[in-house]
Design a protein. Structure first.
Lengths: 380, 356
């Protein structure tokens, strides 16, 4: 009977299922037994209980009387916050470095190359520890803070800077800026369609600039034109007022983005190199300027090569943000860690952690796949 | 770039540094920056630094002016060997040298035969014996292992044991049998979707719950298992890339010869696929080597943790943590840079072979 390929296939699969099932059953029964003998209740009921610990940094309201679920939300938002900013900075820096590595200027190319080879061959954790050390130990204390005018104060407690006082006018300006962004995209689509249909070029840069500046200014003026700015002042042991960026956040953001930028630089460089030389030469022959050549000919073709590896760099950065726990930034992992220590609900907390990271990974992959499909080469 | 030819330095500079006004300005700007930075950095790092076995007070005297490399002299044993028993540290040193030479041997192409597996097995067993003792050596429990040899063990044992699992997963992912494919895909994608630190947490906190009551497993072994299971998913993807690059005709020819699945894979497909996947596997090894430092978070004495602890626990040296970290950065960098240059060289070699 084992001679038949089909039968063997069924047998192999049955064996694998039995093995996987057996392992799962073994682990599960051990776990249930251990939980019972230690008197730990399984389930997510603990999420509703009072967390009882403070979180230093939060984007939404939180205090120690809030629930564990709320604490998780704070941690998740912190993770997303640092990952999003990290991706933006790493992409900008990485693209600059990638282009710089291909520069015709020998010095620029060598310096960018040295940066890449230096940064990507050192463990990120060590880089974070060094940045954290620099921002907490090497900067001066609060009383000797480095001052830039009356506006910016740099010390071991973080970067503190003057910030407009909360006022509906600023909120309105923020939303107007978002609206201006959407309108700019619409205008770009109109301009492109027009050019494709008639070959006529309508202005793009100027109207977009006008929108981005004008609309928020208008909203700000209409809502009362607030001008009060909160200036930090030394009261007691620390500065009060204004906005502050903690050393933990700075170290994590700087560490993540400078490290990932080295990898992104390589991705960008490979993408640009993958574009056939003839394309650039043909564009030059058509009389396009160097800027147009890069923007209209090289970049769209390079993007197709760049996007898949870029996706995995974004995923890496997001996953690497979990190293925050080593320098005390309250990201999702740090909150889960505290929760596990307090409640003993390790299984639930780790399951939640993994579920969240998996969802983020899947979401970023889906978005990048969609984008990739959009810029893909359409063959005849 | 026209470096190979005999061009006058002026011609070279005109082409490579001052080709356009913008480039020229950029060059001058960078040169000015370097002229300001290099003496400053060099002074701190080298000329004004405290070298050799000096007390911390010697560093305090010039704090801010120069680096305090005396901290490395004072702590070198702890940094390299952690809490490994002092008299036995020669064993950890030999183990680290052995594992490093294992890496060097694996890089030589004439060793890429079946005997490489035997060499790895011998290297792993020998270094394990040196670290753990027994058979004539004083036993050293795993919780006293520390330093560079632990980092090397975590990375090398990790990739060594993950390799067979990764190959199986890659084959499983390309299998025609739906259940096997589904299990492989699920494993690979879940593991690749979560950060290593969550898997390490699982190993350090949840593992005790999974095992029969009363069974104690060393923290180091648990972390090692976690790292093996984690790398296997990444290796599987590298091997899958190799499998996909093997031309269809090779599979079909093997089938036409009447070879069974395992013979087709073992004799025809895998030898070709594995060769193609060596550069990505080297890259995975580099990131594993760096990522082993994450065990710091669950308190295992690897090289990074030993360096961190060596300065944290000593009040007089505590403020020279930057110098200590720089030392460990240099060590990690040498390993990783050598490997990454090797992987780049290998890719070029392979590409040259293809073109012929």
């Amino acid at each position: 009977m084992l001679k038949s390929e089909r039968a063997r296939g069924v047998l192999y699969q049955a064996l694998l299922l039995a093995a996987v099932g057996g392992i799962v059953w073994y682990l599960l029964s051990n776990t249930l037994h251990n939980l019972a003998s230690r008197g730990i209740q399984v389930g997510f009921a603990f999420l509703g209980r009072e967390a009882g610990f403070e979180i230093a940094e939060k984007l939404i309201e939180y205090d120690s009387t809030r629930s564990y679920a709320h604490a998780f939300a704070v941690g998740l938002l912190n993770t997303l916050h640092v990952a999003f900013l990290g991706i933006v900075i790493a992409t900008t820096l990485g693209a600059l470095l990638g282009v710089a590595r291909l520069s015709s200027n020998w010095l620029v190319a060598r310096l960018a190359g040295a940066y890449v080879e230096f940064m990507r061959n050192i463990p990120l954790l060590l880089q974070l520890l060094v940045w954290y050390g620099i921002f907490t130990e090497l900067l001066p204390g609060v009383r000797q803070a480095i001052r830039i005018g009356d506006w910016i104060f740099i010390s071991q407690r973080g970067f503190r800077f003057a910030w407009p006082e909360a006022h509906p006018g600023w909120d309105a300006a923020f939303w107007a800026l978002a609206a201006a962004g959407v309108l700019s995209l619409v205008w770009r689509a109109i301009v492109r369609r027009r050019q494709a249909a008639t070959g006529e070029q309508w202005p793009l840069a100027l109207p977009v600039c006008a929108l981005m500046v004008g609309l928020p200014a208008l909203a700000w003026a209409l809502m009362g034109a607030p001008t009060t700015i909160e200036i930090p002042a030394l009261r007691g042991f620390d500065y009060q007022g204004g906005k502050v960026i903690s050393p933990e956040f700075t170290a994590l953001l700087v560490g993540l983005s400078t490290y990932t930028a080295a990898f992104i630089a390589e991705v960008v460089r490979a993408g640009i190199l993958a574009v056939d030389r003839g394309q650039g030469e043909a564009a030059m022959a058509l009389g396009l300027s160097p800027g147009q050549r890069l923007r209209l000919i090289t970049l769209p073709q390079a993007l197709r090569v760049i996007i898949p590896p870029m996706t995995s760099q974004y995923l890496n950065l997001t996953k690497n943000s979990s190293l925050a726990v080593a320098i005390g930034y309250p990201d999702l992992v740090a909150i889960a860690n505290t929760t596990m220590n307090q409640t003993g609900q390790a299984i639930e907390a780790i399951a939640m952690l993994m579920a969240v990271y998996l969802s983020i990974s899947i979401a970023i992959s889906l978005f990048m796949n969609w984008y990739n499909a959009r810029v893909r080469l359409v063959e005849r | 770039m026209s470096q190979g030819h005999a061009v006058s330095p002026f011609a070279w500079m005109r082409v490579n540094l001052f080709s356009t006004p913008v480039n020229g300005a950029l060059t001058l700007l960078i040169l000015a920056l370097l002229a300001w930075l290099v003496p400053k950095a060099g002074g701190w790092l080298i000329w004004d630094a405290v070298w050799g076995p000096k007390p911390a007070s010697a560093c305090d005297a010039i704090r801010g002016e120069g680096a305090c490399w005396a901290v490395v002299w004072d702590k070198i044993r702890f940094m390299l060997f952690g809490v490994y028993p002092f008299e036995e540290q020669w064993r950890a040193a030999i183990a680290a040298a052995l594992l490093t030479s294992l890496l060097v041997i694996s890089a030589i192409r004439s060793f890429w035969r079946k005997r490489l597996i035997a060499i790895w097995a011998v290297g792993i067993v020998l270094s394990f014996w040196l670290m753990g003792g027994g058979f004539g050596l004083t036993p050293v429990p795993a919780e006293r292992w520390g330093g560079l040899s632990v980092t090397l063990i975590l990375a090398i044992f990790g990739i060594g044991f993950a390799f067979p699992l990764g190959v199986l997963l890659a084959l499983g992912r390309r299998s025609r049998l739906p259940v096997i494919r589904a299990v492989s895909v699920l494993y690979i994608e879940i593991v690749r979707g979560v950060p290593l630190i969550t898997v390490l947490f699982m190993a350090s906190i949840m593992f005790a719950l999974f095992m029969p009551e009363g069974l104690r497993v060393e923290q180091l072994l648990r972390a090692q298992v976690a790292i093996i299971l984690f790398i296997a998913a990444y290796l599987a993807e590298a091997v899958r890339g190799g499998l996909q690059a093997v031309p269809r005709g090779q599979y079909e020819a093997a089938e036409a010869l009447g070879l069974s699945y395992w013979r087709t894979m073992g004799l025809i497909v895998l030898p070709q696929a594995l060769k193609i996947s060596i550069p990505p596997i080297v890259n995975i090894f580099i990131s594993v080597f760096k990522d082993t430092s994450l065990v710091v978070i669950i308190g295992i004495y690897d090289f990074a943790y030993a360096v961190k602890k060596s300065v944290e626990t000593d009040i007089s040296w505590k403020k020279y943590f930057i110098e200590a970290f720089l030392f460990s950065i240099v060590v990690y960098w040498i390993y990783c840079y050598a490997m990454s240059r090797y992987s780049q060289w290998l890719e070029r070699e392979f590409a040259r072979g293809e073109r012929r």
